[in-house]
Design a protein around this ligand. Sequence first.
Ligand code: ABT
Ligand code: MG
Length: 155
Amino acid sequence: EVYASSVQEKSFIMIKPDGIHRGLIADIIKRFEAKGYKLVAIKVMVPSKDLASKHYEEHAQRPFYPGLVTFLSSGPVVAMVWEGKDVIKYGRKMIGATNPLASTPGTIRGDYGIDVGRNIIHGSDSVESAQREIALWFGAGELAEYDLAMGKWVY
Ligand code: ABT
Ligand code: MG
């Protein structure tokens, strides 16, 4: 049962406006899919300033917060929920360090980014953040429940 709940762990993963304008949607989805994770929700939207502010509310007192909110609400994002064993922690590993120049080659930010304010993709950093962010970006009915056929070859 512990195994089952870890397999069902969910993370909120979002391609930011720079990632969309850079043409990286397919590459990013490909990496999570090929790893063996399961896509259970996805949508394209231009986030309101209000939604962007709530998403990054933990940084409200930081000097970069206003610019961060403006950036995130400046264009389209691809909001997703991916499910699978350790997807929160391992997803952050696939994404790389906050500063793309400190990210290892082979990670998403390491392969594609340079500037910390244009770091392409977001991933939840804990179980609590994942729950908060999924509830912020998606309604309850927007998450699909299904068995992925390849799942039995992944686990
Ligand atoms: P996110 O996945 O976007 O939350 O990034 P990550 O968790 O790796 O890093 P944090 B600390 O949460 O950064 C949030 C966004 O703020 C930007 N940022 C961060 C700056 O612009 N300057 C800074 O000094 C710091 C620490 C990077 C992140 N997003 N963008 N774009
Ligand atoms: Mg963060």
